[in-house]
Design a protein around this ligand. Structure first.
Ligand SMILES: [Zn+2]
Length: 110
């Protein structure tokens, strides 16, 4: 029966899981995208339960849109009065046309 040869590990070598744990302790938390947090996922799910239809076309809503782009401002990001429920199609259209998507200029909401 073949025996696996020993694998060389340099002194101080740590496996990927240990390195990832270390990274989570020293990374800058302000760099974490707010839409990646569990708090946003909870808030988003609750908002969509309260507002199940798209504000534009009336289709089932799947996206919580910031009416005015938050541009990283967490006060604006978490202000529910600035949110609207949209379907993915309407959100994509709005983002491309008004929020600076695809190199388009940023335009204020109508
Ligand atoms: Zn829609």
């Amino acid at each position: 029966m073949p025996i696996r040869p020993p694998v060389h590990r340099p002194k101080g070598w740590r496996d990927k899981a240990a390195r990832d744990r270390d990274y989570l302790t020293y990374r800058d938390q302000s760099r974490v995208r707010p839409t990646r947090t569990a708090a946003w996922k909870r808030a988003r799910r609750a908002f969509l339960a309260e507002h199940p239809v798209c504000a534009v076309c009336g289709a089932p809503a799947t996206v919580v849109d910031h009416i005015v782009p938050h541009r990283g401002d967490l006060t604006v990001f978490w202000d529910r009065s600035r949110w609207q429920a949209l379907c993915a199609s309407c959100h994509g259209r709005k983002t491309a046309a008004r929020d600076g998507g695809f190199g388009n200029p940023l335009r204020p909401p109508p």
